[in-house]
Design a protein around this ligand. Structure first.
Ligand code: ATP
Ligand code: F6P
Ligand code: MG
Length: 522
C-alpha cells in the first residue's frame, strides 16, 4: 500500500509507505506524518563545525492530499492503466508515478526546519477507475480570457483520446451557465486540432451564473463522469462547490480544476499559464511608449496593464523592459504630492533623461480615483469589483500638476493595451506548460482523484486540494525580494517613509503603507 490508501502500489517497502495505514484514517485532505524522533549521526568535519553531532530532531512531514472517489465510493473497481501498453510510454523507465512521490511546498529550508507541507505529485497512476468506454468527460471555461485556454482544451481532448482511448468528450459552452442553458458540442482531436493557434476560448466563457444544484443536476442527467473546469480563483471556488455536491450525492464523477488567470493571482502554484505570454505582449506597449516619449521633449508615457488586485503583470513587464522608470501596483500604495511623491519623481526624471515611463496596474490607486470621482462600488456578474480607470485619472493628474503648478510643458502619451495582452494565442513555453497541465489533469481524473486543482509547485506538477488554492489570493508581497529587485532596477521611490522601513513585521509595514496612503489623501 502506498503513502495514502487510495493508491495501489508496489512500493510497500518504502519508509513512507509503511505509514500508509495510519494516514488512511486521518481527515481527508490533511495528513500529518510525524515520524519518531531520529538520531542524526554524521561524521564531524571541519566544514561541519556548526552542526551538533548526534542531536535529536523532529521532522514534521505534512501531506495535504486530494480526495479520491473511493473515499465515498469504497467499492469502486480499479483497472490496469492502459498507458502500460502505450507506445508513447513504451521505453519510459517509470511510466507510473509512485504513490510515495510528493512535492514540497517550500524548497528553501533551514537545517533545523520541519519538512513542512507536501502535495501529491501529478502524473499517471498504475490503476485507473474508469474504462475508456465508460468515460463521458466535459470541459468548461469560465472567467476572463487568458492566452493558452485553447491549448488546454486541445490537450485535454487529445490526452483523453490518445492516452486513454476516450472518445466521448463534451464541450460546455459559455461558462458555468452553459451547463443548464446551452447545448453541448462534441469534442474530438480533429475538431480541436488547430484551436491552440487562436486566442480566446473555443468554448466561450462567462462571469456569474454559477448554480451548483442546476449544474450537478445537469452533470447527472447527461451521464457525465469527468468534469474539467478551466478558470481563475472564482471558477475554482465554483469547482469546489460542484465537487462537494457530487460527493454529497455519491456520484462517480471526478472534478478536476485547471487554474487560469492572466493576473497570476492563484495561490500555491508557481505561475498561471498565459502569464508569460501576456508579459511578453505588454513589452510591445512599453516599447511603443518608449519610442514616443524619446522622440519628444518632456515625454511622459503611461502604460496601463491588467491586474485587478495583483500587480504581477506590471511588475514582471517592468522588470523585463528596462525602459520603465516607475511601476505602480495595487499592493503598493503611492502618493502624488510632496517629498518622495510621484510628481517629484516625474520632474526629476524629466530633468535627468528628458522623458519618463510609468507602468500602472489597473487596480493601482483605486481608492484615490474613487475619492476624486465619488464613484459607487460597482461589481461584475461574478461579484468582482469593477475598476475605475486609474490610467486616465493619473494622466490627468500629472498633466494638471505640470501645467498649473510647475508651469512646465510636458508631452503626455497614454497607452492602454488592456485586452490586447490577453486576447492572443499562448507563446511556445506557455503552450508546453498548458500541455503538462492538461495531461496531468487527465491522469488525475482517470486515476480517480477528484476535487483537485493541478499546477506546478516549485516546477513539479502536483494535485492540490481545490480549497487550498481558493482560500487566499496571490498578491505581490512588498516585503519579498522580487519587489525590492524591481525598486533596485527602476530606482523609483518606494513611497514608504524611511522610518517605516525599519519595522520588522510585514503586516505592520503593510498597515503603515496603507496609513501613509490615507494620510496623503486627507
Ligand atoms: N464563490 C463562488 N462560488 C461559486 N462560484 C463562483 C464563486 N465565485 C465565482 N464563481 C463563478 O466562477 C465563474 C468565474 O468567476 P470570475 O468571473 O470571478 O472569474 P475567475 O474564475 O476568477 O477568472 P479571472 O479572475 O481570471 O477572470 C463565474 O461563473 C462565477 O459565477
Ligand atoms: O472585462 P472582463 O472580461 O470582465 O475582464 C477584465 C478583468 O479580467 C482580468 O483579466 C482577470 O480577472 C482582470 O485583470 C481584468 O480586470
Ligand atoms: Mg478572479
Amino acid at each position: 500500500m502506498g503513502l495514502l490508501g487510495s493508491d495501489y502500489s508496489s512500493h510497500s517497502n518504502s519508509k513512507l509507505g509503511e505509514q500508509a495505514s495510519l494516514l488512511h484514517h486521518l481527515p481527508l485532505s490533511v495528513a500529518l506524518f510525524n515520524p519518531p524522533k531520529y538520531k542524526r549521526e554524521r561524521a564531524q568535519t571541519s566544514s561541519d563545525s556548526n552542526v551538533n553531532v548526534n542531536e535529536h530532531q523532529t521532522c514534521d512531514f505534512i501531506i495535504e492530499d486530494v480526495p479520491h472517489l473511493t473515499n465515498f465510493l469504497p467499492d469502486l473497481p480499479a483497472y490496469p492503466n492502459p498507458l502500460e501498453k502505450s507506445q508513447a510510454y513504451a521505453i519510459v523507465k517509470r511510466t507510473f508515478v509512485s504513490p510515495d512521490d510528493v512535492v514540497a511546498q517550500k524548497i528553501v529550508v533551514q537545517k533545523e526546519s520541519p519538512r513542512g507541507v507536501h502535495f501529491r505529485r501529478a502524473g499517471p497512476r498504475e490503476k485507473v477507475y474508469f474504462t475508456p468506454e465508460e468515460v463521458r468527460a466535459c470541459i468548461v471555461t469560465c472567467g476572463g480570457l487568458c492566452p493558452g485556454i485553447n491549448t488546454v482544451i486541445r490537450e485535454i481532448v487529445c490526452g483523453l483520446n490518445y492516452m486513454y482511448g476516450v472518445d466521448d468528450i463534451l464541450g460546455i459552452q459559455g461558462g458555468y451557465r452553459g451547463f443548464y442553458s446551452k447545448n453541448t458540442i462534441n469534442l474530438t482531436p480533429k475538431i480541436v486540432n488547430d484551436i491552440h493557434k487562436r486566442g480566446g476560448t473555443f468554448l466561450q466563457t462567462s462571469r456569474g451564473g454559477h448554480d451548483t444544484n442546476k449544474i450537478v443536476d445537469n452533470i447527472q442527467d447527461r451521464g457525465i463522469n469527468q468534469v474539467y473546469i478551466i478558470g481563475g480563483d472564482g471558477t475554482q471556488k465554483g469547482a469546489a462547490a460542484i465537487y462537494k455536491e457530487v460527493e454529497k450525492r455519491g456520484l462517480r464523477v471526478a472534478v478536476a480544476g485547471i487554474p487560469k488567470t492572466i493576473d497570476n493571482d492563484i495561490a500555491v502554484i508557481d505561475k498561471s499559464f498565459g502569464f508569460d505570454t501576456a508579459v511578453e505582449e505588454a513589452q510591445r506597449a512599453i516599447n511603443a511608449a518608449h519610442v514616443e516619449v524619446e522622440s519628444v521633449e518632456n515625454g511622459v508615457g503611461i502604460v496601463k496593464l491588467m491586474g485587478r488586485y495583483s500587480g504581477f503583470i506590471a511588475m514582471h513587464a517592468t522588470l523585463a523592459s528596462r525602459d520603465v522608470d516607475c511601476c505602480l501596483i495595487p499592493e503598493s500604495p503611492f502618493y502624488l504630492e510632496g517629498q518622495g511623491g510621484l510628481f517629484e519623481f516625474v520632474e526629476q526624471r524629466l530633468k535627468e533623461n528628458g522623458h519618463i515611463i510609468i507602468v500602472l496596474a489597473e487596480g493601482a490607486g483605486q481608492d484615490y480615483v474613487a475619492q476624486s470621482m465619488h464613484a459607487v462600488d460597482d461589481k461584475d456578474a461574478s461579484g468582482n469589483r469593477l475598476l475605475l480607470d486609474s490610467g486616465l485619472w493619473l494622466t490627468q493628474k500629472i498633466k494638471d500638476h505640470f501645467t498649473n503648478v510647475q508651469k512646465m510643458a510636458i508631452n503626455m502619451k497614454y497607452i492602454d493595451p488592456t485586452y490586447m495582452i490577453r486576447a492572443i494565442p499562448s507563446n511556445a513555453s506557455d503552450n508546453i506548460y498548458c500541455t503538462l497541465l492538461a495531461q496531468s489533469a487527465v491522469h488525475g481524473a482517470m486515476a480517480g482523484y477528484t476535487g483537485f486543482t493541478v499546477g506546478p509547485v516549485n516546477s513539479r506538477h502536483a494535485y492540490i486540494p481545490i480549497s487550498r488554492v481558493t482560500e487566499s489570493q496571490n498578491i505581490v508581497k512588498l516585503t519579498d525580494r522580487m519587489w525590492a529587485r524591481l525598486l533596485a532596477s527602476t530606482n523609483q521611490p518606494s513611497f514608504v517613509q524611511n522610518c517605516d522601513l525599519a519595522l520588522p513585521s510585514s503586516d505592520v509595514v503593510y498597515s503603515l503603507l496603507v496609513k501613509v496612503d490615507r494620510a496623503d489623501q486627507v
